[in-house]
Design a protein. Sequence first.
Length: 573
Amino acid sequence: MAFSSTPRIGSGAARALLLPALPRRLRTCLDPDLRLVAAREGISAEIAALVPAAAPLAAAWIAAADEAGGLWQDPDFTAVRTALMRMLDAHAAEHDRPAARALSDVVALLSCDGGDRAAAARLALPLWGEVELLSGLKDHLPAIAAAQAALACGRQPAAGERKDGEEADRADTPSAHLDAWTEALEAAQLALSAEASAAAVAAAALGSGIDDSFVGGALLLHVLTGFGQRLTWAIEEQGKSGEKRRRKVLEAQLLREARQRRKAEARPSGTEDEARQATVAARAVPEGHLLAVARVQETGSDKGKAVCRGYEGIIGKALPLVPTPELVSVRAALIFEFPYAVATIDRLLTDLVGRPYALLRPSVLVGAPGAGKSRLGARIAHHLGLGLWRVDGTRDSGACIGGLDRRWATSEPCHPLMAMARHGSANPVMLVDEIEKAATRSDYGRLWDALLPMLEPETARTYPDPAFQAEVDLSFVSWLATANSLHNLPGPLLDRLRVIEMPAPEARHLEALVAPVLAGIAASRGLDAAWLPDLSGDELMLVRQGWRGGSIRRLMRLVEAIVAAREAVVPRH
């Protein structure tokens, strides 16, 4: 006779039910029964179906993996894998297909070494996004448990299976099976969430340069969860030991807030009433909007009101988020203007694949003077429909980009809030020109130090603005910087910026560059591009003699001189 009437559900059965519901990358990381050969063949088939042009590379990737025999740093295998991932990334950016980017990430999981910093870095952000999606799986657990309980109660006992008396009756009740499946599924969901978080932490840590003998020579897929659990073990233990204390603190805080809310409702006045209105406004933010500034801390003087003057349109009001446009046309327009920087454009636009609202990863464009770095940043903002705010690194004094305290006579909010107020949207583009030439003296703060909290998503979401004296949300601000070299930039800043090389145009790009240069000249004069005909053969030869590649600014001056000479000779009617 058994001691319990509740049927037992194995953790493996519950886990097997939830695994197929996980997003692609996490499912690959957390499947204990994954077989590399079968997984690679399955991914190869999906690549051939989604991107037929990549099918030969996918087949070569499988063949190279078999020949490498687990040596993930084999040069031939690495070359084939890199070519396949680049083709999938380019297809994702060109055709706006997040599935192609996901397949490229799975290729990295199945064939990159644990010490591959670039592979881990590219996986960190997608894995974090899928970890957030994993929390939504909890809403489906009741339906899954009910379906499994119904199946269990409806099946007939197998041959040789025997149940005795009252226990059999109670074990077959739907409620007993429902409770058992609910408990097993909830435990499996919690375990998967913990493992997924550990994998995302490991990807972020490895991508930032943390190394360990545990990951050396092993497949990236096999080290993420284990390495992440090692990194988070101390935090997890500390969290368990302090759970009771935190619960008591939370209960006390809720009690205080309830008392303050009752007092405010009975006698609304001053800052209490404003705080209550800000809370209500924060809860009423519509979809596609962001409440960047919920409220501003008022003081007894008129200084607070003076600081708010001109920013009434963003304080306590939800600002719209500019949606991501159709990326194929954006890419085509940018390549028309910058035919020599296709790889740079694709790396920037890849960030937007699958995003509902336009947000670029913090990046610095590095290249020779005159290569068009600043203009590329401005044109990306233009084609994405985002407001642009320029900051000159050579002239920006101290840390004023992060805002000036209201105690100063020249108090002003941080520059991202100024950009939001000017453009009326919550996701502008901040372009910091020549960031490596910023002042290094720290008498009034440094530009580099002021940027650090605004580049991290976690700290940007609760950035303490010194002028408003309140936390503001800058999490949807895109940051782009330009530099001629990186030797002067501090390490903490480089850790937060993705470095993208900006190539200089060559003489072979002249014919492709003349058309966008003429279009730019026409736009600066307020004319239609049709009013400036293409350069003739003789004019093009003159430009070629004076420009052998390099600076775009020099090319623009030469074309402007040709246009001016043409207009001086041709009579006007």
